[in-house]
Design a protein around this ligand. Structure first.
Ligand code: UD1
Ligand code: CA
Length: 487
């Protein structure tokens, strides 16, 4: 296929998006783990395009930075002060021309139509070229098309024009077929028609939609292609529509996971970004959110009540009631319930991060366990070691963070404090309540706690008349009676 037969794509993203009532540009609002603009760019890339141009103006620098971070190869087209989608497309055409694209097919999509897919765009481009159209617009039919441009058809069903809601007559507003804002154009015909578009309408804007009527008048074929899946062309102009599209995108992503062999117990409370990868025979329990670059390997169980962002869950691992980000969990590992995994957590195969445990920058080796009530920060723990309940890795001296290193096959007692920097050798033990300030050699038992003293009768003498003194006196009496009976 020669280069010139590949379509190019113009993504419109210059509008102010006032209906969002947001300091953030509309196209940067996100659903399903990507901004709406990133969804649009992804769909555009799906047609294997010659070039992709993103048209910007409102909060230009912020949108440009985001667009280039999403895809470094896009062209940036600056719209001038003349408003409207028609003007935006003119700017896009100029950017394409500067990159050597002067003829053939251009697809135009909106930065606020996030369910549009690369596949649907590819089909549009093919239909457009094979039928010899100058303009093909994607449309959908709904019960109430309020707010959208309406598709006005002639008696033979031919597309005559698109009329914006604000400019439409009562009769036109009753039309249920609306403009999806996604088009294929012949570049030369588009350029000619845009030269004739004015701002003479209810909004004082250059409407791209006027190109349809103008192309028809110039004798070019104009057609509408009705999408089967009308949500693909649904736009998000405000936050109510954004949430509705977010829910639908999630429904699709969760469905794809199930079709891929995952059990999702409650799709309605399971939220999966479309950037997440899920294996086979994975079980996802209710109220679970999987975000970012999270991957769940085959046979793993996640949830209930779990949020994972950029977490790699190994084969057959279990992650229960956990909040985690930027962590790697090995095959067969077990996490939670009530664990908090912070960035830099790496748990080896068969390892355990248990109940009420927080970890950060912590490498915990194969088969090693931190089962209960602990904080593990800035630590390296070897293989098959056990950290006793209620232990704290004291990593911060008030100014700097320090690291604790623990060897293999170590058995540490409960309620230990590891005052970093400190190292515990292979096979070492420690007693309960040990404060480890000095390195522990391999095979040693570390103890810091003074031996226990019992001051007999202390409560009787110092807390007379209290319930404790009463209970102690009764216990003494019972013990006396018992020893008398035995004698
Ligand atoms: C537009 C269509 C309408 C269609 C609807 C589909 C026009 C005139 N109207 O209306 O027929 O039913 O989309 O969703 O085209 N933009 C720019 N520059 C501008 C104005 C807008 O780049 O000067 C961009 C916006 O950022 C947005 C897209 O174009 O991504 C659509 O703009 P928007 O204001 O949302 O148009 P609608 O009123 O939804
Ligand atoms: Ca819109």
């Amino acid at each position: 296929m020669s280069a010139s037969t590949r379509p190019s794509v113009i993504v419109l993203a210059a509008g102010a998006g006032t209906r969002m009532k947001s300091e953030k540009p509309k196209v940067l609002h996100a659903i399903g783990g990507r901004s709406m603009l990133a969804h649009a760019i992804r769909a555009a890339r799906g047609v294997d395009p010659e070039q992709v141009a993103v048209v910007v103006r409102h909060q230009r620098d912020r949108v440009v930075e985001h667009a280039l971070a999403t895809d470094a190869d896009i062209l940036i087209a600056d719209q001038d002060e003349i408003p409207g989608t028609g003007r935006a497309v003119q700017a896009g055409l100029e950017a394409l021309e500067a990159a050597g694209v002067t003829e053939g097919t251009v697809l135009v999509t909106s930065g606020d139509t996030p369910l549009m897919t690369g596949e649907a765009l590819r089909r549009l481009a093919e239909d457009h070229t094979s039928s010899g159209n100058k303009v093909t617009v994607l449309t959908a039919v709904v019960e109430d098309a309020s707010g959208y441009g309406r598709v006005v058809r002639g008696e033979g069903g031919e597309v005559l024009a698109i009329v914006e809601h604000k400019d439409a007559t009562e009769q036109q507003r009753a039309i249920r077929e609306f403009n999806g804002g996604v088009y294929a154009f012949d570049i030369a015909a588009l350029r000619d028609a845009l030269a004739k578009v004015t701002t003479d309408n209810a909004q004082g804007e250059m409407y791209l939609t006027d190109v349809l009527g103008l192309t028809r008048e110039a004798g070019g074929r104009v057609a509408a292609s009705v999408v089967e899946d009308e949500r693909q062309v649904e736009g998000a102009n405000d936050r109510v529509q954004l949430a509705s599209l977010g829910k639908e995108m999630n429904r699709r992503t969760v469905e794809a996971a199930m079709r891929g062999g995952a059990t999702v117990v409650d799709p309605a409370t399971t939220w999966i970004d479309d950037t997440v990868t899920i294996g086979q025979d994975v079980t996802i329990l209710p109220n679970t959110q999987l975000q970012g670059t999270t991957t769940i390997a085959d046979g793993a169980t996640v949830g209930p009540d779990t949020t994972l962002t950029n977490v790699e869950v190994g084969e057959g691992a279990q992650v229960i009631r956990t909040h985690g980000s930027d962590a790697v969990l090995g095959a067969g590992a077990s996490v939670g319930p009530f664990a908090y995994l912070r960035p830099g957590t790496r748990l080896g195969a068969r390892g355990k991060i248990g109940t009420f445990v927080e970890t950060k920058n912590a490498e915990i080796g194969e088969g090693s366990k931190v089962p209960h009530l602990s904080y593990v920060g800035d630590a390296t723990i070897g293989r098959e070691s056990n950290i006793g309940a209620a232990s704290v890795f004291v990593n911060y001296d008030g100014v700097n963070k320090h690291r604790t290193t623990i060897g293999d096959h170590v058995r540490m007692g409960s309620d230990n404090m590891y005052v970093a920097p400190v190292t515990v050798g292979d096979g070492a033990y420690s007693g309960a309540g040990t404060v480890i300030r000095k390195d522990v050699p391999a095979g040693a038992l570390a103890l810091t706690v003074a031996s226990q003293r019992n001051l007999e009768g202390w409560v009787r003498d110092n807390r007379p008349g209290t319930a404790a003194a009463e209970a102690a006196a009764q216990a003494d009496g019972a013990a006396d009676a018992q020893s008398e009976a035995q004698n």
